[in-house]
Design a protein around this ligand. Structure first.
Ligand code: ZN
Length: 398
């Protein structure tokens, strides 16, 4: 028997008569009477005699749509009343047509029922609880209070999908007090009033206020897209239905792009990228060796000296500046050596000496040349934001 699992909200308070989304979660349009319309912080706050707009709750986002000719931007429940936040006023007492943004709502139903199935299976197989659920615009995030291996996640994903292919009927019911008592579930004391139970046979039994698909086949597909260790358990992201299709599409497009760029078969792009990275690493190693030879050749152009030396070389990376400066110091081309390289109007610099401490000089130059940086006694590195002439003047003046 599938054990009870807790989910977000335990009882769904309020007058069930006005909640058309419970009577029929597939209701896309309905007629209603405007009970009140007030100006609030977020625009207009409209209360109706009945509504098919689902208010945000239990991890499921609110519906959007239209009421007459105004947009419904958000829906919340406050003190048992459902407030529709609209971008325009409605006349109290008037009868208007409500239209739900159906694609959005059906997407929420696909994600929500899919999430129940996966959470229910993980709970029954491993005893882990869903301790956090977020239905976002792009993916569903679920936190479990126990750790799963990648193989276990894949097994659960496969089993969850088999529940979709079985096209099971999703049952929503309100058990009476006795029925409720006979069931095993956690934090039982928190359950009061009419508890709304959503059951996916063989997969999940859960107290929930959300809207669900009628048959599991409507979910189409459940795909786990990532999972990481999180707070002693795991945080999983998943997509269902159209989102899974869209996810597949986008990944397919990226994979095809990489496949074409690398002239590799689509299931061999990983190996092709590995090979490319190896080749890149070998090239970088070779280039570093060539630069070392170049720096040695450049260094020969300068005579040995106990004076200061200032060298301008463009397009050198910070580590190359450091290397070139160190060679100049080692070969005694100057007592203090400053190598500068221009990039986007600022100068990267390396300041070195084989004998003197460079930290004070670097700090002083930074102060005079809008510079930043620091380093070890023999080598300081950083940037100057002053013009070339100012850098020259400051260095020779010191
Ligand atoms: Zn739920």
């Amino acid at each position: 028997m599938v054990k009870w699992r807790y989910h977000h909200v335990y009882s769904c308070e309020g007058n069930a008569m006005e909640r058309l989304y419970y009577e029929n979660p597939y209701l896309k349009s309905f007629m209603c009477t405007v009970v009140s319309c007030e100006t609030g912080k977020k625009g207009y706050e409209v209360v109706l005699n009945q509504t098919a707009f689902y208010p945000e709750g239990g991890g499921q986002p609110a519906d959007t749509g239209t009421l007459g000719d105004v947009r419904v931007l958000d829906v919340h429940e406050k003190d048992g009343r459902i407030i529709h936040y609209t971008d325009g006023p409605l006349t109290v007492g008037s009868v208007v047509e409500g239209l739900i943004d159906w694609h959005r709502r059906f997407d929420h139903m696909q994600q929500h029922t899919g999430e129940h199935i996966l959470s229910g299976l993980i709970h029954s197989h491993f005893g882990y609880n869903n301790v956090g659920f977020h239905l976002g615009d792009e993916e569903v995030t679920i936190d479990f209070d126990g750790v799963l291996t990648p193989e276990e996640v894949q097994e659960m994903e496969t089993e969850a999908n088999s529940k979709i292919y079985e096209n099971l009927p999703v049952r929503v019911f309100y058990p009476d007090e006795d029925e409720l008592k006979s069931l095993t579930y956690r934090s039982k004391k928190e359950l009061t009033g009419a508890v709304r139970i959503v059951e996916v046979p063989g997969a999940d039994v859960c107290a929930c206020c959300g809207t669900h698909v009628e048959q599991t086949g409507e979910i189409g597909c459940i795909k786990v897209t990532s999972f990481i260790h999180y707070k002693g358990g795991v945080r999983m992201t998943m997509v269902c239905g159209y989102r899974a299709l869209e996810d597949y599409r986008r990944k397919q497009q990226e994979a095809v792009k990489i496949s074409n760029l690398l002239s590799a078969k689509i299931f061999e792009i990983g190996a092709a990228v590995e090979k490319l990275k190896e080749e890149n690493g070998a090239k970088a190693f070779k280039i570093a060796g060539l630069y070392r030879e170049l720096f040695a050749a450049w260094a020969k152009e300068y005579p040995e000296s106990s004076q200061r030396l200032l060298v301008w070389k463009n397009d050198l990376a910070p580590n190359q500046l450091r290397e070139f400066c160190t060679i100049l110091c080692q070969e005694k081309k100057g007592r203090i050596v400053l190598v500068c390289s221009e990039k986007d109007g600022t100068f990267q610099y390396a300041l070195g000496s084989a004998e003197d401490d460079m930290r004070a000089l670097s700090k002083d130059l930074n102060g005079r040349l809008e510079g930043r940086g620091g380093g070890s006694p023999r080598l300081a590195q950083g940037t100057f934001r002053a013009p070339k002439e100012a850098v020259e003047a400051a260095f020779w003046e010191e």
